[in-house]
Design a protein around this ligand. Structure first.
Ligand SMILES: [Zn+2]
Length: 126
């Protein structure tokens, strides 16, 4: 307990704060931060995929590399939640019942086919 208090006091010193700041601004610190963020993003994405079933609703492929979140009503352009990183994934994970009404999992191929069939793409491929 005494050790912990000592540690907490040390973390409040200017010396510690400056050391932390210098590390965060160094190339090594930035790189480690980016790696940690990527790992967190991938974990959150996997959790959200699992909450929605974890496979393409059309062809049942379950490879996370090609799965995408599809807006069931095709109104993705109205969705601004992507502007704040990870909020959508966390919301889907915590509100999976409500999220199932709004999103579904499609693989990249099925998603593009759906977009084409529903005229959601700007350019027509004919
Ligand atoms: Zn599919």
């Amino acid at each position: 307990m005494i050790e912990m208090n000592k540690d907490k006091k040390y973390r409040q010193t200017l010396k510690y704060k400056l050391t932390q700041k210098r590390y965060a601004q160094s190339s090594k610190g930035k790189k480690n931060h980016a790696v940690a963020q990527r790992g967190q993003r991938q974990r959150r994405r996997k959790e959200a995929l699992q909450a929605l079933g974890g496979e393409c609703v059309n062809c049942h492929i379950d490879d996370v590399r090609c799965l995408q979140f599809d807006h069931i009503n095709g109104d993705g352009y109205k969705d601004v939640s992507y502007k704040v990183p990870l909020t959508k994934y966390i919301w889907i994970r915590d509100n999976s019942e409500e999220a199932k009404k709004k999103y579904q999992i499609l693989c990249a191929n099925c998603n593009w086919k759906k977009r084409y069939d529903n005229n959601e793409v700007g350019r027509k491929y004919d």
